[in-house]
Design a protein around this ligand. Structure first.
Ligand code: BGC
Length: 480
């Protein structure tokens, strides 16, 4: 494997290292967490479009679907059906907080909440700064592959009557098992070892994963970060302090915005949505395979570009793209999809194409960066605690969208797409003015090099000079 000097732009220190086989193995295994999450996202939407499943568990939804003059926008509006899809995220929400405790002791864990908490942090700590974005995005890449696999399985299983949906649901155990077995084989990160006072082991692992002997500078930087972190016995308390606010706000907001792009209205309910605009059950499942494929392929764009053009450029470009597509979809439905009857064929095709363009934009921006940015911006002492807020915000918003989308579609009709478009404008403005660029900055240097330099967020840090100035001002009146 060729040696790569891990150099950074500007005045960021250079750490040596290569992209070793070890790094790659760790990334692949850890990213199985993404596969598990993705499969779960994809599978529920597919089975809820299968008649056998509906007949068995949601009979009234199935009956409503059969009515000749069914209401396009409301045929799937059923609280229990939505709860089926969204329940996973409540479970994951609780798990992410438990996982944050486990992660500060050990970087392993099971279940969606556990995996989402552990994997992005694991990847960000392990990756050399110069390619951290690309490595971290392997998590998102596996999420999208998981969704695609679920879509394909649903398409095939949908033809097996009457128990195809059981196959789709049963396969969800496979990636969980892979993650479980894989986690036995992976290294703990040097940071996690050094933090737990296993310093020599930490140095050895660092050498191994970087593939060079001289890791002194990076080792010193990690030790320094661990020393600072060890003074913090209550990370959640520290997280509530003023100086923790910038990364905390960014972590939560990135996840809230990620969900309010409307992506999961599309991911969970793509088959249902495509049926709404007039595709048959089979064609709807097939169309969601197509969007799943677009999702995977577009994530590669992010892998290639994130450490070159930076995070902000991708986020801003995607906002424009997603805004336009949501408005076009909303516009077509408003004009042509009446309460009963189907969309004309040409329109339905345009909707599918627009959904693909929307998914592509999300897949190279808010999708991966919603995980990457929160995992790389906290200082070590609050990293796991802070990141658990990001994960739980994701789960909470995913739950809200999964729970509300079909009812919102029923009541707001095409207006729901304009609702998401409005959110996209807000998140674009946020990214433009308040999101700092983190490309190429080592994780343990974020506070000094990113937050303290940002025009807005720097006010949350009392630097020494400001403290001295204040002290001098307090002393002066006594001297006069
Ligand atoms: C999001 C999921 C979403 C997926 C789509 C992830 O980053 O967290 O909610 O379904 O991307 O690819």
């Amino acid at each position: 494997m060729p040696a790569v000097v891990i150099a950074n732009t500007g005045d960021v220190p250079e750490f040596e290292g290569r992209i070793t086989f070890n790094v790659i193995v760790c990334v692949v295994i850890a990213a199985c967490g993404g596969l598990m999450f993705g499969y779960d996202i994809g599978v529920s939407g597919g089975v809820t479009a299968m008649d056998d499943f509906l007949k068995k568990f949601f009979y009234e939804v199935w009956e409503r679907k059969q009515l000749a003059h069914e209401n396009n926008y409301c045929k799937y509006d059923n609280k229990k059906l939505q709860l089926f899809t969204s329940s996973l995220y409540i479970a994951a929400l609780i798990a992410s907080f438990i996982a944050s405790k486990t992660c500060s002791k050990l970087h392993l864990g099971l279940g969606v909440g556990f995996a989402n908490q552990a994997v992005p942090l694991f990847l960000s700590e392990l990756a050399p700064a110069k390619i951290r974005g690309a490595l971290n995005i392997s998590f998102q890449l596996f999420i999208t592959i998981g969704i695609l696999i679920a879509n394909v399985v649903n398409y095939a299983a949908g033809k097996i009557h009457p128990y195809g949906f059981r196959i789709s649901l049963g396969i969800a155990g496979v990636p969980a098992l892979m993650l479980c077995l894989g986690s036995l084989a992976i290294h703990e990160t040097p940071t996690s070892l050094i933090e737990r006072k296993k310093v020599e082991e930490g140095r050895a692992v660092l050498k191994k994963i970087r593939g060079v002997d001289n890791v002194d500078r990076e080792y010193d930087s990690i030790v320094h970060a661990c020393e600072v972190a060890s003074q913090i016995t209550q990370p959640y308390h520290k997280l509530m302090k003023r100086e923790s606010r910038p990364p905390l706000v960014i972590a939560i907001v990135m996840q809230v915005f990620q969900q309010f792009t409307g992506i999961n209205a599309i991911m969970f309910y793509a088959p249902v949505l495509f049926q709404t605009v007039g595709f048959g059950s089979d064609a709807a499942l097939l169309s969601s395979v197509i969007t799943g494929l677009v999702n995977v392929l577009s994530t590669f764009v992010s892998v290639v570009l994130v450490d070159r053009v930076g995070r902000r450029a991708l986020l801003l470009e995607a906002c424009v793209q997603m805004f336009i597509t949501q408005c076009i979809i909303g516009g077509i439905l408003m004009k042509d999809l009446k309460i009963t009857g189907n969309l004309p064929n040409g329109d339905a095709l345009v909707v599918v194409i627009m959904v693909c363009v929307f998914v592509a934009g999300f897949a190279w921006s808010w999708g991966p960066l919603g995980w990457l940015i929160p995992s790389e911006t906290f200082p070590l002492e609050t990293r796991t605690a802070g990141f658990s807020f990001a994960v739980s915000s994701n789960m909470l918003c995913t739950f809200v969208i999964a729970q509300a989308f079909l009812s919102m579609l029923c009541h707001m009709r095409s207006g729901i797409f304009f609702f998401f478009a409005a959110w996209i404008v807000v998140m674009g403005l946020f990214a433009l003015f308040l999101l700092p660029e983190t490309k190429g900055v080592p994780v343990d240097e974020m506070v000094d090099r990113v937050w303290k330099q940002h025009w807005f967020w720097k006010r949350f840090f009392n630097d020494e000079q400001a403290v001295e100035k204040r002290e001098a001002e307090m002393i002066r009146p006594h001297l006069i």
